[in-house]
Design a protein around this ligand. Sequence first.
Ligand SMILES: [Zn+2]
Length: 307
Amino acid sequence: MVMSIVILLCALFASTVLSHDHEGHIFHNHDHHRLLSQEPHGCGFQAPDKATIERLAIAQEERVARIEQERAITSQALFRCNPARSDTQVVHIDTYIHAIEMTNGTGFLSDAVLEQSVESANKHLLSTGFQLNLISMNRVTSDIWYISKWNSEEQKAMESQYKEGGPNILNIYYKAAILGSERYCGYANLAEDAISAGTQDGIVMDSNCATADAVLAHEVGHWMNLLHTFDGGCSPGDLVDDTNAQASYYTGSGYDCPDPLPDTCPDQPGRDPLDNIMDYAPSECVDRFTRGQARRMQEAWRNIRDA
Ligand SMILES: [Zn+2]
């Protein structure tokens, strides 16, 4: 149930279905070929419901209170100062890339493209206090794993075989990012669910989106516990104080940022934060995380991923 809540997606809006028989073999049907020939042209999302988001907020408050109390007791017991880590200190997250390609070369990404995807993410993440520290790039050739769906036995087997480290280590799988009947730019689980996700904790990036600016940074945002700016609607919202309330994502077309910005929660201050990496917006709008988002990521790092 938990994982169904937290899967966070950027859709390519592919409309075809991959099908497997009971042995996990792929039917080489037209749906399969149509799906793999889809080019990215947008984003989609399965939002947690408002009740779930409210539970996330309560869970975070309880976690922070409990951990602060534990640390206070620990520092008193040891008769020493136990200083909080500085929010301005850059945290380097050890990162492993697993690049899956098909036997016919579909999905191949050069070392330069993979490195560039990390550099691009780091450019966007700099303001949050996090940087990805690329440890290795592992190359795998497998037709079945390349097109495996989220939560399928095939994808679980792949992740079990290659996942490195625990909750404080980032594993990124470049492949076709498929969930249900759709192909997405990527998906990730929240930090909140790192433990329950187990070997599935990580990011799946579609190889067709490897060069798309901010997509990996967006997925890292989820992995570090950020919701979309429009999740939770006008209330309770995305659990971040300094992102303007937003009822729904922008559905306009084109690359230009709309002027004026839409205002989907007119009873609350500010217009929709289309300039936020955790929103879906024309590429000209997307360029930043807020301080509040950085604080939420830092809380998740301290108290969950690196606890
Ligand atoms: Zn997303």
